[in-house]
Write a protein that binds this ligand. Structure first.
Ligand SMILES: Cc1cc2nc3c(=O)[nH]c(=O)nc-3n(C[C@H](O)[C@H](O)[C@H](O)COP(=O)(O)O)c2cc1C
Length: 319
């Protein structure tokens, strides 16, 4: 079984990845890194240092690049490879966001197969690391099997397929059967991605097709234990998800590591979305979220969250 944390801009940073690795994720991918931005940034750029930082305790990590210029993508991949800490390069040919695909990068490359082919050839020439390409089904219709076949013949080592088109963005359901067609068309590994939110989803997906791995994005938000949970259930173990107090322990450890790494002010802001995911679905979460969004430091956040956990636990016991 191979379970991966998806690249998630603004989320899959070194701290979150580390927490997912501690919860049995087999691989993670960095947030997407603009090839052009990275190459033109000053050497001491904090933004790019944070994007490319990797903690020693992390497991297998791929660096993800995006762009539309084959030479820039090759040069950026080479710089990343030379850092010596990434086990592979992921090329983003799936991002639907307007600021990426509107400029011809991300999923827009699926409309331009000759440029996509040139990109794979250039990156292939400049790095000897495994190259994984992350795609969608297509722009407005499903062209994934033939597009992925082309990537394979140009030298890609792996394809990650998210079963939606660009036009769908995140609406509807990921088409797991269409993803299976990609797996059937290729000889290189194919990683399935899209709409795995629970162990049940995972087991349904791999019943459709024996993918070489499964990548989880939104299903891991606030629930980094999903990797462990799937692995435990796969071997027939009963898995007890963390209770509210344990969730707050995980969330506060996340916050404190982020504070040590990026500074407390930034951690307080960045953690707001994580906290809301961690406590989602617990009674009283909406009120706590509102309060959290006004608190200026982690000491106050900690007090609020443990008091919330204490009351929730009492409700669990007596309620
Ligand atoms: C907030 C957010 C940020 C994302 N950032 C990236 C990214 O940087 N690179 C990328 O290839 N995909 C990115 N994605 C797409 C995810 O990697 C994944 O393909 C998508 O969420 C579908 O998988 P899921 O249903 O498991 O979430 C992002 C998705 C979300 C929701």
């Amino acid at each position: 079984m191979n379970l991966q944390l998806a690249p998630l801009a603004g989320i899959s940073d070194a701290v979150y990845r580390l927490i997912c690795f501690e919860n049995s994720a087999d691989r993670a991918t960095t947030e997407m890194i603009s090839a052009q931005g990275y190459l033109s940034a000053p050497k001491n750029s904090t933004a790019y240092r944070l994007l490319t930082d990797k903690f020693q305790e992390e497991g297998e990590l791929y660096a993800q690049v995006f762009g539309k210029d084959a030479h820039l993508l090759a040069d950026a991949s080479k710089l990343l490879k030379d850092m010596g800490k990434f086990q592979g390069i992921s090329i983003n040919m799936g991002c639907p966001a307007h600021k990426v695909s509107g400029g011809g990068s991300g999923v827009a490359l699926m409309k331009n197969p000759s440029l996509a082919a040139e990109i794979i050839r250039s990156v292939r020439k400049s790095v000897n690391l495994p190259i994984s390409v992350k795609i969608r089904l297509g722009w407005d219709s499903n062209i994934a099997p033939s597009f992925a076949k082309m990537l394979e013949s140009e030298g890609a080592d792996e394809v990650v397929i998210h079963g939606r088109t660009r036009v769908q963005q995140f609406s509807g359901k990921a088409d797991w059967y269409a993803m299976a067609e990609v797996k059937k068309s290729l000889n290189i590994p194919v990683i399935a991605n899209g709409d795995v939110f629970s162990p049940e989803d995972y087991f349904k997906l791999i019943k459709i097709c024996p993918f070489d791995g499964v990548m989880i994005g939104r299903g891991a938000l606030g629930r980094p234990w999903i990797f462990e949970q799937i692995k435990a259930q796969a071997i027939g173990e009963v898995y007890d998800p963390p209770n509210v107090k344990e969730i707050v322990d995980i969330a506060m450890r996340h916050a404190n590591m982020l504070s040590d790494w990026k500074g407390e002010d930034r951690a307080v802001l960045e953690m707001r979305k994580h906290f809301s995911w961690y406590i989602k679905g617990i009674r009283g979460a909406a009120e706590v979220r509102r309060k959290l969004n006004t608190l200026p430091n982690l000491a106050q956040v900690e007090e609020l969250l443990y008091s919330f956990a204490h009351h929730s636990q009492k409700e669990e016991t007596y309620g």
